[in-house]
Design a protein around this ligand. Structure first.
Ligand code: KIV
Length: 267
């Protein structure tokens, strides 16, 4: 039977049925294929690829071309998940025109079904133009890594009454502007619950407790690909760093010992 890709309607149906929405990041064909086999609802082609694929300290160097390239690969590997492409740093901050055009490129050239932007109420007019152009938009509040230098480090956001109130107001403003889903990153669980209850769209948490409408993790984090990076909010469901290194060491040893290739691998 042909697999049907989830649309924003399917994602919103999960929300209305109070079924928690699963999301992971993916950046390439092979992983996206495995994500399909696991039946994950949504994929974010995140600008976290700047960290885990490109090896940068921040997401800031990621370009719109990078996201288009990786989104294409993900679309080829996965036919079932709703695919969201991240708008990278400076693809929408300088002008709304830039934002609308670059969002359009992610759908037109990358094949994504929706885009994600980081930021609060100030993005409202641009989001209205994007949705007006038929581009579904996901918001992102809390710890927004593209503002890392303004935050002065990766830390929990929305602590204290004033910050919490601002975050709730931003969430409402984004919803009013037309986003269909909101990522909440590194905010206190109680605040994430308040925001979730205040909105009529799904919230997706990362380091935001268990009361959001769904969860997202960076694929490489949940698979334990880098044991040097283990923030509190990440649960490792595998330890692929150990497994992969052990496999590579075995291969190296067998090459050195002329055990590999065996007769069965030769022509
Ligand atoms: O880029 C990314 O992977 C993200 C998630 C962590 C939400 O924005």
């Amino acid at each position: 039977m042909a697999v049907k890709r989830k649309t924003i309607r399917d994602v919103l149906d999960l929300y209305r049925a109070q079924t928690p929405i699963s999301m992971v990041t993916a950046y390439d064909y092979t992983c996206a294929r495995l994500v399909e086999r696991a039946g994950i609802d949504t994929i974010l082609v995140g600008d976290s690829l700047g960290n885990v694929i490109q090896g940068h300290d921040t997401t800031l160097p990621v370009t719109i071309e990078d996201i288009i390239y990786h989104t294409r690969a993900v679309m080829r590997g996965n036919q079932s998940a709703h695919v969201i492409a991240d708008m990278p740093f400076m693809s929408y901050q300088a002008s709304d025109d830039d934002g609308v055009k670059n969002a359009g490129r992610l759908l037109k050239e990358g094949g994504a079904q929706s885009v994600k932007v980081e930021g609060g109420a100030a993005l409202g007019p641009m989001i209205e133009r994007m949705t007006g152009a038929g581009i579904p938009v996901v918001g992102h509040l809390g710890l927004t890594p593209q503002s890392i230098h303004a935050f002065g480090g990766y830390r929990v956001q929305g602590r204290g009454e004033a910050a919490a109130t601002r975050l709730i107001e931003d969430a409402r403003a984004l919803q009013d502007a037309g986003i269909f889903m909101l990522v909440l990153e590194m905010v206190p669980a109680a605040l994430a619950q308040t925001v979730t209850e205040a909105l009529q769209i799904p919230t997706i948490g990362i380091g935001a407790g268990n009361a959001t409408s769904g969860q997202v993790l960076v694929l490489y984090d949940l698979l334990g690909m880098n044991n040097d990076f283990r923030p509190k909010f990440v649960k490792q469901y595998a330890n692929l760093e150990s497994d992969i290194v052990a496999a590579l060491e075995r291969y190296r040893d067998e090459v050195r010992a002329r055990v590999f290739p065996g007769e069965e691998h030769a022509f």
